[in-house]
Design a protein around this ligand. Structure first.
Ligand SMILES: NC(=O)c1ccc[n+]([C@@H]2O[C@H](COP(=O)([O-])OP(=O)(O)OC[C@H]3O[C@@H](n4cnc5c(N)ncnc54)[C@H](OP(=O)(O)O)[C@@H]3O)[C@@H](O)[C@H]2O)c1
Length: 324
C-alpha cells in the first residue's frame, strides 16, 4: 500500500502529547497492517497518557493497549487482506505503537480473528479488560464450583470487575461486588450483593472469619491483604490489578493453614491458544445484553479527559474509542 497519511494520538515525551498526522511508513515494523475501527480505554492507558507510571518504554509512542480492525496487508500465514482482527496486549501502547490511531502495523502472532458472533464495537467493549476478566474467571472455575460459596470481586464497577461479575453470575456463582459506586448498575449485571467500600472492614490479623470461597481482585493493597485473611479453606484469590496499590502485606498463614491459592493473571503475554480460549469463553458465557449497560464511548479527542477519570476510579464499565 502506498504511504498514507493518518491521525493518531502521539505521546512525544513525558510532557507532550496530542493528536498528530503521521504516515504509514512511520509505523513500526510488523507483518500485518490493520485499519483500526475501534479501540478501548484501559486503566494502563490512563497511566501512560498522564505519565503516572513507567508504562511507555520508548518515545514517541502511540498509546492504546488494544484495537479491533480490518487487515489491509499481511504476509503472516494466518491473516489475509479483509480479515477482521483484534489485538490485546503484547506491549502495544507501551513499546510498540498501539490502538489510539487509524492504522497499526503489528506482528501477526499478536492478532486473533474477531470471533464470528461479535462486532468490532462489542469486541472493544470487552477489550483487554474483559479478556482479562475471562482469564480470571477461568482460573476461579479451575478450582471452585458455585456450591463452594460466594466470590468477591473488587473494583467491581470497573472494566475487569464488571465483566467478571457478569461471567461469574452466568456460571451460577453468587457474586459479592465491592464498590464505591451505585448498586443498581452492579445488580443489573449480575451481582447478588453489594458491599460498599465504606463498609469493608480492613483486617491486619493473619487470619479472620472465613467469608469468601474465592476472589477476583483488581485493586491490590490492604483490600487484597484483608481478603486473603478471609478466604475459606481451599479457596482461590486471583490477583490481576493495582487500582488501589501495588503493595501487598500478608503472612503465610492463609496459604499454610487454609490451603489458599493466590493466583496471578497477566493478559499481556498470554499465549495465542489461551487468548482464543478466553475469547471463546466470553462469546459463550458473557450476557451480551449487558453491553449497553456497561458501554461508554469517546474518540481520540477525549483521551486526556478519560485518563483523568479512570485514574480517579470514576469510570463505570468500559469505554470504547471510536476511531474515525
Ligand atoms: N494483569 C493484567 O494483565 C491486567 C489486565 C487488565 C487490567 N489490569 C489491571 O486491573 C486493574 C483494573 O483495571 P480496569 O480496566 O478494570 O480499571 P477500571 O475500569 O478503572 O476499574 C478499576 C476500579 O477499581 C476501583 N478502584 C479505583 N480506585 C480505587 C481505590 N483507590 N481503592 C479501591 N478501589 C478502587 C473502582 O471500582 P469501584 O468503585 O467499583 O470499587 C474502579 O472503577 C488495573 O490496575 C489494571 O491495570 C491488569
Amino acid at each position: 500500500m502506498k504511504n498514507q497519511k493518518f491521525k493518531a494520538f502521539v505521546i512525544r515525551d513525558k510532557n507532550k502529547s496530542g493528536i498528530e498526522s503521521m504516515y504509514t511508513d512511520e509505523l513500526m515494523p510488523g507483518n500485518v497492517l490493520v485499519k483500526i475501527m475501534f479501540s478501548s480505554f484501559n486503566y494502563k492507558d490512563g497511566l501512560a497518557i498522564l505519565n503516572k507510571a513507567p508504562i511507555i518504554k520508548r518515545y514517541p509512542m502511540i498509546p492504546g493497549s488494544d484495537f479491533a480492525g480490518v487487515v489491509l496487508e499481511s504476509s503472516h500465514r494466518r491473516f489475509k487482506r479483509g480479515d477482521k482482527v483484534i489485538c490485546n496486549g503484547w506491549g502495544i501502547g507501551e513499546k510498540h505503537f498501539g490502538g489510539f490511531s487509524q492504522f497499526a502495523r503489528v506482528n501477526g502472532d499478536w492478532l486473533i480473528h474477531l470471533p464470528k458472533k461479535i462486532s468490532f464495537e462489542q469486541s472493544m467493549v470487552i477489550g483487554a479488560a474483559g479478556y482479562t476478566a475471562a482469564l480470571c474467571v477461568k482460573e476461579i472455575i479451575s478450582k471452585l464450583k458455585p456450591s463452594h460459596g460466594n466470590i468477591i470481586v473488587t473494583g467491581s464497577s470497573g472494566g475487569v470487575g464488571s465483566i467478571a461479575v457478569n461471567l461469574l453470575y452466568k456460571l451460577g456463582f453468587s457474586v459479592i461486588a465491592l464498590t464505591n459506586k451505585d448498586s443498581q448498575y452492579l445488580k443489573n449485571i449480575g451481582a447478588s450483593n453489594i458491599l460498599k467500600r465504606e463498609n469493608f472492614k480492613y483486617s491486619n490479623k493473619p487470619l479472620s472469619k472465613e467469608k469468601w470461597s474465592g476472589a477476583i481482585d483488581t485493586v491490590g493493597g490492604d483490600i487484597l491483604s484483608t481478603i486473603l485473611t478471609e478466604t475459606k479453606y481451599n479457596g482461590i484469590v486471583v490477583s490481576t490489578g493495582l487500582a488501589k496499590s501495588h503493595v501487598l502485606n500478608t503472612t503465610v498463614y492463609p496459604f499454610i493453614l487454609r490451603n489458599i491459592t493466590l493466583s496471578g493473571i497477566d493478559c499481556v503475554y498470554a499465549s495465542y491458544r489461551k487468548r482464543l480460549n478466553a475469547w471463546n469463553f466470553l462469546v459463550k458465557y458473557l450476557d451480551f445484553k449487558i453491553i449497553k449497560e456497561i458501554k461508554s464511548s469517546g474518540n481520540l479527542k477525549d483521551l486526556e479527559k478519560i485518563s483523568k477519570k479512570i485514574l480517579q476510579g470514576k469510570i463505570k464499565g468500559r469505554t470504547i474509542i471510536k476511531i474515525d
